[in-house]
Design a protein around this ligand. Structure first.
Ligand code: 5GP
Length: 114
């Protein structure tokens, strides 16, 4: 059995976090090290899936719920436009192996992908 992820520890109240929105199966929190004016991570309460590829194969409805929560967070905290990033694998920068979406919003036009 692997150690609980940092997101599971947040859900369990062991680590504080600023929750900005939640649904039955997913939670959105402010990222501790923001890379954009709005930087929120959205993840399922269930830690079964390590990355977005596993989630898409195993529970596409839950992936849809995460995208919907990301959309409502961006509408609430910014102008509704956002970038949605899933890192998949350590080589792509993934550090937390509990699937999560980065919602990046506000002032993105100057960034390298913009
Ligand atoms: P990854 O690199 O796995 O795609 O993204 C993990 C994200 O989780 C990073 O952006 C990192 O800043 C964020 N993170 C890691 N630990 C914590 C924490 O304890 N609290 C919060 N709010 N975010 C965290």
């Amino acid at each position: 059995m692997s150690e609980p992820s940092v997101f599971t520890r947040i859900l369990n109240g062991e680590i504080p976090a600023e929750v900005v929105a939640e649904t039955e199966n997913a939670v959105a929190i402010k990222d501790i090290a923001p890379q954009a004016p709005v930087h929120v991570v959205v993840f399922p309460r269930d830690a079964t899936y390590r990355d977005v590829v596993e989630l898409a194969a195993g529970d596409p409805a839950l992936l849809t719920e995460i995208v919907g929560l990301a959309n409502s967070v961006a509408a609430d905290l910014s102008d509704g436009d956002f970038r949605l990033v899933f890192n998949r694998g350590a080589g792509a920068g993934q550090t937390v192996f509990h699937v999560h979406a980065h919602v990046l919003a506000g002032g993105l036009k100057e960034s390298s992908l913009g």
